[in-house]
Design a protein around this ligand. Structure first.
Ligand SMILES: Nc1ncnc2c1ncn2[C@@H]1O[C@H](COP(=O)(O)OP(=O)(O)OP(=O)(O)O)[C@@H](O)[C@H]1O
Ligand SMILES: [Mg+2]
Length: 315
């Protein structure tokens, strides 16, 4: 069982427009709204592939009903903690060529009582679960170290931990993981890893090695269509793999990282994971997500086909 928590969820609004012109006003047609945010996407992809998952998140009063109905329709188990602050929106305008222009609100931090309620709900959900995934941004004005607080809730329940985070949030989580002996898998993409490490010249393998040095138990650095690198502590040493498809697929890459995160989390448990299997799933689930027009979806038939194509190389 996977639990995900999304510190800054979003109502994903998608509409259609002939062409987007900067400085002009646009009329969106066929507008839909759905529950969004990285942890929601992770739980949705896992659920689609029959891996039990629960998304935990705090939602504002205006969005609660939409989130509840949409997640139920999509078969995603969720614990929605009421928040007094409005949930941010992410508005995508899809043009005639299928190209999306997205405007993301940054979001507003909930008050401390909401964080407390979220942590309480998370502790209940983590009890007896294998892995906790903390995914995505944190609204400005949120308490320092809130990502680490969420991870600690999973660590206390004995869960393996996954952090899809960047910058200070990730650095503090890594330092705490080292100090407290957490099994923390860090999953930034390459540009997030470079930004966090403050070195634009590092390649994915060097980023993974640096994240392990900083306290990660496992580090996965994804690099879009070029695939990913995984490094993991192995006794006193380190084991590493790269993984990719021989040919990239075409589609919408938004949410590919979330599908990769879901695959990795699905292979974590009390025992040492079979990393090559986890990587094969990671390559397939994430490429299958690219083939779907919206984040948080995969077609199991695509996954089955792509798993046979994944190339896994020991570094
Ligand atoms: N065009 C593609 N073809 C095949 N696989 C892809 C393609 N784009 C991405 N992937 C797979 O998805 C993984 C994650 O992609 P990426 O590094 O873009 O994640 P990300 O930036 O974290 O995405 P997001 O945060 O939007 O979910 C890659 O490591 C790769 O395995
Ligand atoms: Mg990502």
């Amino acid at each position: 069982m996977i639990v995900t928590v999304t510190p800054n969820p979003a109502l994903d609004v998608t509409g259609h427009v002939g062409r987007v012109v900067v400085g002009e006003s646009h009329r969106l047609t066929r507008v839909t709204a759905r529950a969004g945010g990285k942890g929601v996407n992770v739980a949705a992809v896992a659920s689609a592939l029959d891996v039990p998952a629960t998304a935990v998140l705090a939602v504002g009063p205006e969005s609660a009903a939409t989130f509840e109905t949409d997640l139920a329709r999509r078969g995603v188990a969720a614990v929605l903690v009421p928040s007094p602050v409005p949930t941010r929106r992410s508005v995508a305008a899809v043009d005639a060529d299928g190209e999306a222009t997205v405007l993301n609100e940054e979001g507003e931090a909930p008050p401390s009582q909401t964080w407390d309620a979220l942590v309480e709900a998370l502790a209940l959900a983590c009890d007896g679960s294998d892995a906790l995934v903390v995914s995505g941004s944190v609204a400005p004005g949120s308490p320092d170290g809130v990502v680490t607080r969420l991870l600690r809730t999973g660590a206390a329940a004995g869960c393996a931990l996954v952090a899809d985070a960047r910058g200070e949030d990730l650095l503090v989580a890594l330092e705490t993981a080292r100090r407290e002996g957490w099994r923390l898998l860090a999953k930034p993409n390459l540009s997030e890893a470079r930004e966090t490490l403050g070195d634009d010249a590092l390649d994915a393998a060097a980023c993974a090695a640096a994240l392990l040095d900083l306290g990660a138990w496992c580090a996965v650095v994804s690099d879009g269509a070029r695939g990913l690198v995984l490094g993991v502590r192995d006794g006193d040493g380190v084991a590493g793999w790269s993984a990719r498809l021989p040919e990239p697929v075409r589609g919408n890459p938004t949410g590919a990282g979330d599908a990769l995160t879901a695959a990795l989390a699905a292979h974590l448990g009390p025992r040492e994971p079979d990393w090559e299997r986890a990587l094969r799933a990671g390559v397939a689930w994430s490429a299958a997500a690219v083939l779907r027009p919206v984040a948080g979806e995969v077609d199991p038939a695509d996954v089955a086909r792509l798993e046979t194509q994944a190339e896994i190389t020991r570094l």
